[in-house]
Design a protein around this ligand. Structure first.
Ligand code: NGF
Length: 289
């Protein structure tokens, strides 16, 4: 069965400090209500690129403690400071994480040789397996099939978190790397990714919509494409509403409506305003009540 992972959010207090209680509450919701297969911790949805090293460590620690072995956990340790990424890789490995992930390094237009060095360094001193986090729309870094192959020469590099709408490249990757893990990253395109035989999906919107997404995966695996397409359409109505209302703060506001204190987003992400709050209530009413 293909796996579904929520991209875990970080709950913040109003002043931008981490609200660990809120983080734990979202882990619990994902386990107890969503019956999720796993969590992707410290990614874009976790607003991790705005966190300092101590905050990241505190979150990784709280999450593995709260999950207590109930689900898979993937720790995203990548960023622009390779020394810190290596330190985090060691830290989460010592905590007991079995899988790490690292975003392609961005901003400085690194050469492929530099990117390869970054990945090999992150895994060098740990026995943890690594999933490449490829998200060209946010990083500006697009890896080619040959470059993925070169990164896979390191046996500790076991897969790709593929947040990319390039389905031709996805199909080529699936054919070229049948034994590697490929997890799709755009929730609104999960069905086409399933059709190209990804191993599962990771996404922000599954924090609330996991039940429907799991039904879609089950319908797809049972060969009922009509049902799978209908479920993707229903999910996309919900995702479109979320995106129009400001994605991350709206997911947190809906969590609040459902009794989970998910806190705030961190500036420069938006704080809720009356219009956004009304929109989140309407989305919650429409899809989750
Ligand atoms: O939020 C983004 C930014 N992408 C996420 C997901 O790929 C990121 C996706 O679920 C992620 O998993 C992480 O690193 O935390 C979208 O939010 C969703 O498909 C709506 O567009 O691209």
């Amino acid at each position: 069965m293909k796996k579904l992972y929520s991209a875990l959010m970080t709950a913040f207090n109003e002043d931008g400090t981490v609200n660990e209680k809120g983080v734990r509450a979202m882990v619990r919701y994902n386990i107890d209500v969503n019956h999720i297969d796993g969590l992707y911790v410290g990614g874009s949805t976790g607003e991790a690129f705005m966190l300092n090293q101590d905050e990241k460590k505190a979150i990784f620690k709280a999450v593995i403690d709260e999950a207590d072995g109930a689900i898979d956990l993937i720790a995203q340790v990548g960023g622009l400071n390779l020394i810190e990424s290596k330190e985090l890789a060691k830290y989460v490995t010592d905590l007991g994480y079995k899988t790490i992930s690292a975003v392609t390094p961005f901003y400085y237009n690194f050469s492929f040789e530099q990117i390869k060095h970054y990945y090999n360094e992150i895994v060098k001193d740990v026995d943890t397996q690594l999933i490449i986090y490829s998200i060209p729309a946010l990083t500006g870094v697009s890896l080619s099939i040959d470059q993925f192959a070169e990164l896979f020469e390191n046996p500790k590099v076991i897969g790709i978190k593929y947040t990319n709408a390039d389905f031709y490249l996805l199909e080529r990757c699936r054919q070229a790397f049948p034994d590697k893990l490929i997890l799709s990253g755009f929730d609104e395109m999960m069905l086409p990714a399933l059709a190209l035989n990804v191993d599962g999906a990771i996404g922000s919107t599954f924090n609330l919509n996991a039940k429907k997404a799991k039904e879609e995966i089950a319908a797809f695996e049972a060969g009922d494409l009509t049902k799978a397409l209908q479920l993707q359409k229903e999910s996309n109505d919900y995702i479109t509403d979320l995106l129009q209302n400001d994605l991350y703060p709206t997911i947190k506001l809906i969590f609040k409506e459902l009794g989970v204190d998910a806190g705030y987003c961190k500036a420069p992400m938006s704080k809720p305003n009356p219009e956004m709050i009304a929109g989140a209530k309407a989305i919650c009413e429409k899809y989750f009540k």
